[in-house]
Design a protein around this ligand. Sequence first.
Ligand code: MG
Length: 449
Amino acid sequence: MGRYFGTSGIREVVNEKLTPELALRVGKVLGTYLGGGRVVVGKDTRTSGEMLKSALISGLLSTGVEVIDIGLAPTPLTGFAIRLYGADAGVTITASHNPPEYNGIKVWQPNGMAYTPGMETELESIIDSGNFRKSPWNEIGKLRRADPREEYIKKAVGMVHLDGSYTVVLDTGNGAGSTLSPYFQRELGNKVISLNSHPSGFFVRELEPNAKSLSALARTVRAMKADVGIAHDGDADRIGVVDDEGNFVEYEGMLSLIAGYTLRKFGKGKIVTTVDAGFALDDYIRPLGGEVVRTRVGDVAVADELAKHGGVFGGEPSGTWIIPQWNLTPDGIFAGALVLEMIDRLGPLSELAREVPRYITLRAKIPCPNEKKARAMEIIAGEALKAFDYERLIDIDGVRIENDEWWILFRPSGTEPIMRITLEAHTEERAKELMGKAEKLVRAAIGRA
Ligand code: MG
């Protein structure tokens, strides 16, 4: 991780670390890196969005880049607009699911996937050099405003077909999804009830979709006897789902269901997920002709694997789904259409959710100073793992050991001074026993690091 870019672009408190000056510099840097061309810029609903966007656009224009400002736009719409307008990059001003005082800058490639850590490192070296491209007066970039929503809806509607019409409660969390998701669901032929759709930058609920933050959505689904509840985070690259009985469908279960559905819809093949995803996915999709490939944590790693080696679907157990037949940008809005199509073909979501195998997942966080993380991981990966009777080891991101009965993932947090342990087993006793052992091992490793 570099000085400016973290695990998911720049994400900082506004006017403290993320100032208009930094946004201006990022604009100049990106224009310098691209050496001209065209860039699409969108922002979410945060109160600081317009300020940061204007600064970033100024920087881009000064390097001779043509800017297409699509205004208030969820991340997936920016990803879509890059290809629509033949742009060389896209930028989203968003802090995703973080609190309202945060904002961020995330950069996208022409194929819709996010900039890789390697590309971000190149941008950082230009920031540090201060060596920016400067256009003469007659070559300063032009600014154009555009609204790609109609094209998005038209194309997306053409990829999904519903025989029936459903009642959908949509909680967009006062985020950028408010400007697209409800209209899209209506165009699919559904009856839409919108919650938290006022795009004010003041968030009524916590932006991360989970059982707690979506309690109002769950109550509304029950009260309205709706078929499904759909929620997004602030930039709508993620989806959270409530079933027709008003229960939040756990992420692991939803990931399995939708991966299985894409195999039915698009044909057999690879399903890409991350090292922190559980066994339910493997067990659920195997009979459907799917094969699971695991990558590092994060949507960039999933998109990268899909871009390089192909696959039917990519998803993280955080509700971040990539449908490569559509785009390599994670898209919670298009994901919503697939959920509806799955219900249309296979039946009520509450019944489908009961078909997914359920295992016991336990998570623990153990304090670990950042400077000790690397050494502690070495100790864990080395001798300490002898303590477990495992069959396979995956070390692409942290260390995951597994056999057919359980798996344990040891992984240092990218943003906090903690070491994470995630594990899964078939029974609660076994899970607790493994966690006891794993925690002891990690504490001892940190102590010796
Ligand atoms: Mg997000």
